[in-house]
Design a protein around this ligand. Structure first.
Ligand code: CTP
Length: 397
């Protein structure tokens, strides 16, 4: 936390008073805190409280006094971490839809680094599918982190989930996000499916979303690593501070990985590489012939990229090779066999029923010694951090 620049966003809920304590904890830990409040938040606690605690003027209005530059952009560029506590249902809805209707939402929209939000609202608002969808969007599309509200007595007189997490919990989550323990390391991450063309309009691919690989890239970059992300076609935004390389086929992916491998400390192969590709790509759209009831497409084997890296670097300590395996049965045995066959250093294995396509996963992180770490069911972002922890352990151990 020392010398970390934190933007502390405070939106209009009764829990705003607790954020004064959060601000104090950040300042005490040596962080530089810049507070941005929504107009509604000032109804619950005065800017003067935060100004006194942070030692800096508090920003509230879009058209306040500005020394120079453009206020919301300067604010967004001024910090490495944004913590929004409390985050109201309305604020989260605006953030999820990219609204910029006041200063705090404009700063949020312009902020390209790590965001941690501590929602606070009535139980029905928290459980409302609209709020659930907004949080899912912010987590999966924008990589936001959340300190989930606890259950208890709420200001509205009811009892249930929705009460903002305690300042100490939010502080701990922010500290974990502020870690820079991967500084100096170079990571190569592959993600998404590969697409194997049949003709100019048809292809063979798979349902990989790329979420896991993008989460690993984000986590490692946030923790200070230099990250190159080689990705097949996915529907995800490029993570901030990550060098992104787009590929389509397994052969393209292999070429990009091979060109970069030797300068990396670790290679994380989350990509779902197609095992086969059409033997030839037809230059023109294939036509069906009258009466043609069956069509056979000849496929040839794609290189096993991870096994190829294993043959080159499997005996060395670096680059550390991390493979992934999705299985439908006999998870541990299949994963251990795969790790050995491909000469990977680590293998992250999960059952298809636990994680494919979704935002959570449960995996076993297996090493060559046969040790398996069960991650339990966690968000893909949390799993990404656990994978980074295992990589660090192996590289430094
Ligand atoms: N992999 C690779 N090149 C391939 C296939 C897979 O580098 N041609 C990598 C993936 O990125 C992943 C791991 O190997 O890290 C997955 O291995 P594997 O289970 O062999 O992939 P599957 O296609 O799922 O294998 P199988 O169908 O035999 O279970």
């Amino acid at each position: 936390m020392k010398d970390l620049n934190i933007l502390l966003g405070v939106t209009g809920g009764i829990a705003a008073y607790k954020s004064a304590e959060l601000c104090r904890l950040f300042v005490k830990a040596g962080a530089r805190v810049q507070v941005v409040m929504s107009q509604a938040a000032t109804e619950f606690i005065t800017p003067l409280t935060f100004q006194t605690l942070s030692g800096r003027p508090v920003h509230v209005s879009m058209f306040g006094r500005v020394e120079s530059g453009v206020e919301h952009i300067d604010l967004a560029n001024s910090a490495e971490l944004m913590v929004v506590a409390p985050a109201t249902a309305d604020y989260l809805a605006r953030a999820a839809t990219g609204r910029a209707s006041d200063l705090i939402s404009s700063v949020t929209l312009a902020f390209a680094k790590t965001v941690l939000a501590a929602p606070s609202m009535n139980t029905n608002m928290w459980n409302n599918p609209a709020t659930v969808a907004n949080l899912a969007t912010l987590a999966s599309r924008h990589g936001w982190h959340f300190v989930e509200p606890g259950a208890g007595e709420l200001a509205c007189g009811t009892s249930g989930a929705g009460r903002m997490a305690e300042p100490s919990e939010i502080f701990a989550a922010a500290s974990a996000l502020a870690r820079r323990d991967m500084e100096g390391l170079r990571l190569l991450v592959t993600a998404g499916p590969t697409v194997e063309d049949i003709d100019p309009v048809r292809f063979i691919s798979n349902r990989s979303t790329g979420k896991m690989g993008y989460a690993v890239a984000r986590a490692a970059a946030r923790r200070g690593a230099h990250v190159e992300l080689v990705s097949g076609p996915v529907n995800l935004p490029h993570p901030a501070a990550v060098e992104c390389i787009s590929v389509r086929s397994a052969l393209e992916l292999e070429a990009e990985v091979r060109a970069r491998a030797s300068s990396c400390d670790a290679i994380v192969m989350t990509a779902a590489v197609a095992d086969f590709r059409p033997a030839a790509i037809a230059p023109h759209k294939l036509k069906k012939a009258p009466g043609e009831d069956e069509r056979t497409i000849a496929l040839v084997r794609n290189p096993d990229i991870l096994a190829g890296l294993g043959a080159l670097y499997g005996e060395a300590k670096r680059p550390l090779l991390v493979g992934f395996a999705v299985e439908t049965q006999d998870l541990l045995e299949a994963a251990k066999a795969k790790l050995a066959a491909k000469k990977a250093h680590l293998l992250v294995a999960n059952l298809a029923s636990d994680g494919f396509g979704g935002d959570t996963n449960r995996a076993q992180i297996i090493d060559r010694g046969g040790n398996a770490r069960d991650t339990g069911k966690v968000s893909k972002d949390a799993l990404a951090d656990l994978i980074c922890d295992s990589i660090l352990e192996k590289l430094l151990g």
